[in-house]
Design a protein around this ligand. Sequence first.
Ligand SMILES: Cc1cc2nc3c(=O)[nH]c(=O)nc-3n(C[C@H](O)[C@H](O)[C@H](O)COP(=O)(O)OP(=O)(O)OC[C@H]3O[C@@H](n4cnc5c(N)ncnc54)[C@H](O)[C@@H]3O)c2cc1C
Length: 461
Amino acid sequence: MRRAVAPSVWNLSDFNKCVVYMRAVFLLSSEVAVIGGGSSGLFTALDLSLRGYTVSLFDRNMIGSGTSGRFHGLLHSGARYAVTDPQAAAECQRESAILARIAPHAVEKTGGLFVSLSRTDSEYGERLRKSLSSLGIRFSTLDGNATLSIEPNLSRNVIESVEVDDGVLRAQPFLYSVAISCILNGVSIHPFSELKDARRERGRVEELTFVNTRTAQRMSFRPWAVVNAAGPWVAQVSKKFGIRMSILPAAGIMAVVPRRLSFRVINRMRQPSDGDIVLPYGGSSIAGTTASVLRSPDRFSIRRDDLQLLLEETSEMLPSIRELGFTRSYASVRPLIGTGNNSARAGRLSTRDFHVSGPDESGLSNYACVAGGKMTTSRLAGERAADAVDSMSGTRHRSLTAGRKLFNPAGTAGTKLLSSDIPEHDSLSSVLSMASGGTDAETAVNYLMLSYILRKSGARK
Ligand SMILES: Cc1cc2nc3c(=O)[nH]c(=O)nc-3n(C[C@H](O)[C@H](O)[C@H](O)COP(=O)(O)OP(=O)(O)OC[C@H]3O[C@@H](n4cnc5c(N)ncnc54)[C@H](O)[C@@H]3O)c2cc1C
């Protein structure tokens, strides 16, 4: 194990030294399997590797091919959920500051506005300000004229706005940076490896069977511990371990407007609802989102009616959306933690917080699960999942992910690492085809990062 427990050993009694040594040896032979290469799984893997565990991460597809590569892009200041979900809001506030520090290359500190277009909106604004104050989330209030002077494309009907510290998180550079940081810390990444089966014996997971989705080859893996981080598929994966989970898959659609219409993230001043937010994303804007409860995370389509609803609602805030229209749309699914209620409204009412469970809930002594939450809070979700693994070994390591900068492709060392060993046949067209359909406009740097991950994947240290 790279990061040994050794430094603290020298101050301990002989007996304690022996216990610590035994634990270190135990960890050496302990390999943790993380199922799912979205932001939750990646941060779990990174956190565990920094604690000294040997980690293998498996995804049935490519890193970020689930919800994480198709999210809206909001780095939450916490304001969006301040009224309805204060715990998630407080976590977002802390975590967005951490992500801006550890991944500056993937964050645009745009700021955000909650805009009021009616008396009802302004009434909600009162509740919003109270909640923001009690959570200690920074804000300021602007009247209509001041709002229009900083965001001239907004509707002339703006009455007032609340300015907050929202930002934009770019999905691909962010996820690929976490993945490369994982690789640099010894995590073995296995894309295109779908978990098909799990063998349990005497209250433990003994063996996992994966199938390579490209070659149909089977691979078995005997983990010391397992973390299920399969996002909206978390219940399907937990079923393979004989565990029933109640989650609510809720789909959301987003649509791209071919112009950047605002400097800041524009939110409607009302309780989170359909079509209430537009993000500036590079040279475009992304309108979103909806929340409809599904039977299965794999069965949904983007309906015309939903796109029309997004157009109607978001153009109330930014009228030029009506003329410009949408150039493309995409969708993804969130695993809301079950309310026991499958109504459409439940998709909006469920908490946006994440949930981590360990052996106590599963009845399996080496199984943990992390589900739900936001991309903004996924570092914290990974930390809590790593705590759950620590508790299996009776150890308590400190999480290091909040204080470590992620791999940054922009630095000289980053560029050098990425451009090493590039196959000659790569071309811009493959850049575009590989990354199409996701949240980001494709860039050569994203492609180089992806290419590096693929070159290093499956390689064990
Ligand atoms: C519409 C929408 C908009 C959102 N917008 C925002 C936003 O603006 N800001 C924000 O902070 N958060 C947002 N979120 C939430 C955020 O996207 C997620 O919380 C975050 O991406 C974490 O995802 P995850 O890692 O849990 O799941 P995923 O990214 O879905 O990862 C799960 C992975 O598991 C893999 N997998 C599944 N089954 C198997 C199997 N059998 N074997 C191996 N691998 C498997 C999948 O391929 C997938 O890659 C949004 C969510 C939705 C749905």
